[in-house]
Design a protein around this ligand. Structure first.
Ligand code: GSH
Length: 271
């Protein structure tokens, strides 16, 4: 790995030696023919229990807890470490080859939904839940939902990648993304110092989108970076994260499509 890399005129793809990034290519589309399994419920989820994946299983479990039996779902594991996001069946549902992806078969024809934010909004509108009716709280919920979609990649693809996964520790990159991650935590801490939840006094899809990333971060569970980022300083985020972690549906949803950690806390598929 070169310290002082000078980019050539034209970038050329060199397949990475190992690790997760060697699964990706500079082109999109399927790498192999394989259809997706389909279960008995109208909602088919293809996912894995990563922070982006659990946003959706938490929402589905919250809907079921509210008595929406139509939210019953089959959750199939897409193991992204094995390249299963590049099967022809998955690519048909999400051309971007990222989990989570949802197929709704309730309305005769199939509706594909990809991008976790789009899935959360789709389910909130379908079931009329977790998106406030009050106009100003609704727009706040959407503000924070979209904030997460735009901000999260600086934490995951930026800080997490360079601090924990990159084969070379680059001070410039770690400094840049540690600063941004701490700035984002401060944004959340200020918001949560005046409101119980992100949209106001209602728990919404915004909390479901933000909690898996930033809740884990303040608990020191992401990238073992608690001490490095001094996460104990974000007291309001810690208070909010604890409240959400205590919800039964959040506990249930966090286990779905999980294939690592303590065996008793794994659930490869859910039907
Ligand atoms: N913006 C997307 C991000 C989804 C995403 O990055 N998913 C990751 C797992 S957390 C993935 O599928 N990675 C597989 C890959 O990059 O090949 C969303 O919110 O749904």
């Amino acid at each position: 790995m070169e310290q002082n890399y000078q980019p050539p005129k034209i970038w050329k793809w060199e397949k990475a030696e190992g690790g997760f990034s060697n699964i990706n290519r500079p082109v999109s589309g399927a790498t192999h023919e394989k259809e997706l399994p389909i279960g008995k419920h109208p909602l088919q989820l293809y996912s894995m229990a990563t922070p982006n994946g659990v946003k959706v299983t938490i929402m589905l479990e919250e809907l079921l807890a509210k008595g929406h039996t139509d939210a019953e779902y089959d959750a199939w594991l897409i193991d992204i470490r094995e390249g299963q996001q590049f099967s022809s069946g998955f690519v048909k549902i999400n051309p971007n080859s990222k989990i989570p992806a949802l197929l709704d078969r309730s309305y005769g024809e199939e509706t594909r939904v990809f991008e976790s934010g789009s899935i959360l909004l789709y389910l909130a509108e379908k079931f009329q839940e977790f998106l406030p009716k009050d106009k100003s709280q609704r727009v706040e919920a959407l503000n924070w939902l979209f904030w997460q979609m735009g901000s999260g990649p600086f934490v995951g693809g930026g800080f997490g990648h360079f601090y924990a996964y990159a084969p070379l520790k680059i001070k410039y990159a770690i400094d840049r993304y540690a600063l941004e991650t701490k700035r984002q935590l401060d944004v959340l801490d200020n918001r949560l110092s005046i409101h119980q939840f992100l949209a106001g006094d209602e728990y919404t899809i915004a909390d479901m989108a933000v909690w898996p990333w930033y809740g884990a971060l303040v608990k020191g569970e992401l990238y073992e970076a608690g001490e490095f980022l001094q996460v104990q300083d974000y007291k309001h985020v810690i208070r909010w994260a604890g409240e959400i972690a205590g919800r039964a549906a959040v506990k249930k949803g966090s286990l779905v499509n999980k294939v690592w950690g303590e065996e008793a806390l794994q659930m490869k598929e859910r039907h």
